[in-house]
Write a protein that binds this ligand. Structure first.
Ligand code: C5P
Length: 301
């Protein structure tokens, strides 16, 4: 067999809501979240048929390229599961900032699972891919489904929701990051255990199912803002600055440290983004992505 190659667009996500519930017996938290794919993406190229082993190459320094990379974990798991002993080269062209709460590493892992399944013509359904994905990381199953979805459990329960019309957004990533395990732990210390459901997520889900996109901006909510803003007040300041710049709603992404603002048009988003140009911030303009566009795999002929 010669070398065969697939290219996968690996999209980032934002959480439109993120409700953190109680601690589970496995130490993770149950969450209720509405997650949405966005146009910001990395490009993951998979080449099968080279020297034995899994190698990762990334164009951005500081990203681990060994077993710590979720893309490596995903590839090893799928190849072992299918008893395939093939050499694999993974090239990641990184555009999604790390430690931002945008799910970049998880998205790369899902891209590897879907890309390899396509490239090697595996007969593996979405449910089975989601099972493997959840063994790689809590956010990975969402990226197998993509688009907009209601996510529960520790992230492994993914229920697709109907696509919403594209919403423009501006994402601001400060130079510091927030550690996800720390944010969850600190939230428990501040707030104690929570047994109720996430009202924001229930309401958001209903309004998306009803096609009422006008209500989305008023329902944005993220429990992990509490610890993150306590440690980094700048995150709260960036949210206010986005609203001052014309955003109709603003929220921290996942466990931070990036924040996003929703804008009513591309022009409004680009105009606002220009106001934030600074050496301390990475600024991205993008839009929400429909499910069919969120899993784009191209097998190189
Ligand atoms: O699964 P993942 O490696 O992305 O999770 C990173 C950390 O975030 C976990 O070790 C845990 O501390 C925290 N976490 C959690 N509950 C979740 C997801 C993540 O407590 N549902």
């Amino acid at each position: 067999m010669g070398i065969i190659t697939a290219v996968v667009r690996s999209h980032a996500k934002v959480n439109l809501t993120l409700g953190v519930l109680g601690v589970r017996p496995d130490g993770y938290h149950d969450i209720e979240s509405v997650m949405q794919s966005i146009s910001l993406h990395d490009r993951v190229t998979l080449s099968v048929g080279g020297e034995p082993g899994i190698r990762i190459e990334c164009d951005v320094p500081g990203i681990p390229t060994d077993e710590r990379n979720l893309a490596h974990k995903a590839a090893a798991l799928l190849l072992k599961n299918r008893e395939i002993d093939a050499g694999l080269d993974i090239r990641i062209e990184k555009r999604i900032p790390a430690q931002a709460g945008l799910g970049g590493g998880s998205s790369n892992a899902a891209a590897v699972l879907m890309g390899l399944a396509g490239l090697l013509e595996m007969s593996i359904g979405q449910a089975e891919l989601c099972d493997l994905a959840s063994a790689v990381g809590s956010d990975v199953p969402f990226f197998i489904v993509g688009g907009i979805a209601l996510v529960g459990g520790r992230g492994e329960e993914v229920q697709p929701l109907p696509d919403i019309p594209a919403q423009w957004l501006v994402i601001l990533k400060p130079s510091f990051g927030v550690s996800t395990p720390w944010a969850y732990r600190r939230l428990d210390e501040i707030r104690g255990a929570v047994s109720e459901r996430s009202t924001a997520t229930v309401r958001m889900t209903k309004c998306i199912q009803a096609g009422d996109r006008g209500a989305i901006q008023g329902l944005l909510s993220n429990d992990l803002e509490l610890p993150a803003i306590e440690q980094h007040p700048e995150i709260g300041e960036l949210k206010h600055a986005l609203l001052d710049a014309g955003a109709v709603g603003a929220l921290m992404c996942g466990s931070g440290s990036a924040v996003f603002g929703l804008f009513s048009s591309e022009q409004a988003a680009r105009g606002a983004a220009d106001l934030f140009a600074s050496p301390e911030l990475q600024v991205f303009v993008g839009k929400t992505t429909a499910r069919r566009d969120a899993a784009d795999i191209w097998i190189v002929p």
